[in-house]
Design a protein around this ligand. Sequence first.
Ligand code: C5P
Length: 213
Amino acid sequence: MIEIAIDGTAASGKGTLGKKLSNKYSFPYLDTGMLYRKVAHDLIKNKITNSKNLEKNCCDFAKKLTFKELKNENLRSEDVAKFASKIATFSSLRNILDEKQKEFNDLNKKQFGGCILDGRDIGTKILPNADFKFFITASLEVRAKRRLLEKNISFLHENDEKCMLHNLMNDMRERDKLDINRKSSPLAPAKDAYIIDTSLITAQELFLKVTNI
Ligand code: C5P
């Protein structure tokens, strides 16, 4: 049974890699960021982002969360992502979501012979004994440009595009800072991870590199 752990910064290419590996090897894939996004989305929807009991509210939503609910396009917004990285600093929330990720891995590994998880602490915390660990990164500018392309917006003015890119870079910088500096499970490569910078390579080149390994 094979466990594959993929970690890295936002828009580094880890999600595309996870999906491609899942297709090739027929192992289920979980984008664990969606768990944090779902809790953040529920708090925003219920207008309790400034609650005094924010950590407890997060845990209440996390306990109720099911994997089926993760297929929701509203979870993909930058506002949800920003709030997700804020609540991802709560260790009690992380404990609940850690269990869900391990449960997903255990179930699918048995049923399909392997499982792929992507996130921020998969190789260091969730699957410390994973057979393969990858840490994917890229320059801030390249990552922001990728996110902008994904949004598929046709800009009327070059300045609007520049402004949006600038905002995306600021948001990502903030998120990276929170993820890297938090006390509980900070974003960091596992000691035994292959570290790959995708700034100058395509998604397909990354996939080939990883499948060679
Ligand atoms: O991967 P994605 O960008 O969707 O994740 C949103 C946020 O959720 C991240 O910025 C990070 O703060 C948090 N996260 C985490 N641990 C994970 C996955 C995501 O802390 N395993």
